[in-house]
Design a protein around this ligand. Sequence first.
Ligand SMILES: NC(=O)C1=CN([C@@H]2O[C@H](COP(=O)(O)OP(=O)(O)OC[C@H]3O[C@@H](n4cnc5c(N)ncnc54)[C@H](O)[C@@H]3O)[C@@H](O)[C@H]2O)C=CC1
Ligand SMILES: O=C([O-])CC(=O)C(=O)O
Length: 356
Amino acid sequence: MQLYPLCLADFEAKGIQTNSLLKHQPEELIMKSPKRIAITGAAGQIGYALVFRIANGDLLGPDQPIILHLLDLPHASGALRGISMELEDCAFPLLDKVVISDDPHVAFRDVDIAILVGAQPRKKGMERIDLLEANASIFVEQGRALNAVANRSVKVLVVGNPANTNALIAMTAAPDLDRSCFSAMIRLDQNRAQAMLASHLDKPVDSISQLIVWGNHSPTMFADYRFALVYGHSVPFVIQNEQWNREVFIKTVAQRGTAIIEARGQSSAASAANAALDHMRDWVCGSNDRWVSMALPSDGSYDIEEGIFFGVPTICRSGSIERIRDLDINAFARERLQLAQDELRQERDAIRHLLV
Ligand SMILES: NC(=O)C1=CN([C@@H]2O[C@H](COP(=O)(O)OP(=O)(O)OC[C@H]3O[C@@H](n4cnc5c(N)ncnc54)[C@H](O)[C@@H]3O)[C@@H](O)[C@H]2O)C=CC1
Ligand SMILES: O=C([O-])CC(=O)C(=O)O
């Protein structure tokens, strides 16, 4: 992708007088060419919490122009038009253009980033796996469309539940895209775990590092602080309470989505949008050596069956994701990883007919 000159020195090297340029519109001189970002389900509650923040530069930074591609179902076309009008009325300097569509082949054309949110949310009394039947086919269609028209290095994040298995469906439907283009979201669980640990330790959230959430975005997820540090000290050593870990911490993190539905009557939206931004920002811009959990197609590490999307610890650098390997898996951790793997295999087997 061609970039416009990034600094005035580039102009001076070409013999162009920069004084006169500066007097006019210096900000135009430092603009990069726009990145195309697709958001599906943009008219829904997560979509509404996401698009304005992206247009404000919260995802790609203050010098990266953006073209937003908003996809939703035909019945939501009025709502999409309204969002597009509101985006215009925000006069975001970074927002170059908004494309709205109910056709994934239009919405995904040439996109650099795709955040797949559009899917039914669960209601009280449901588990995320209960959404599999309603939502799975969406990801066949969208995987195919990404395969046909997206940028070949597109970064895809699946948020719509059940996110891990929907990501598997989308990836399988996009055989011409590299597997490394696909991920599913477990970052909301990491953020929840980090906030809960910080509160328990009465320390700021950013004093905690190396926290992991393994497995599925479901009640089998395993929030693991065995390697976590608080201000550089070992969290398990500081807490010294394995019962709290097993009976309170892991369970509360795993049930937080349900607790929010019970309190709000609807599933989390702003915190989910925030986690999607965190996930994608780290992937694109790098995680500054911080460990971040992402659900990725398993490469067989930690003895997890290849292919299924499994939350693992990573570090992101310059647009690519490096898995953190060879961490010790003790008997309890193995039991938890096994539980998540069994559930993900079951989900995969239930939609095997869609893995085409
Ligand atoms: N992975 C995670 O951590 C989280 C995932 N979620 C999931 O995100 C999804 C969306 O949640 P909300 O925004 O709250 O739901 P919502 O019902 O408010 O919005 C969903 C939007 O998706 C649209 N949609 C449905 N099918 C579509 C399709 N085939 N193509 C394009 N758009 C489509 C709907 O018209 C609607 O506008 C749900 O599946 C929810 O369970 C929610 C929170 C966290
Ligand atoms: O619980 C839900 O259905 C929505 C979700 O995934 C979450 O908040 O973690």
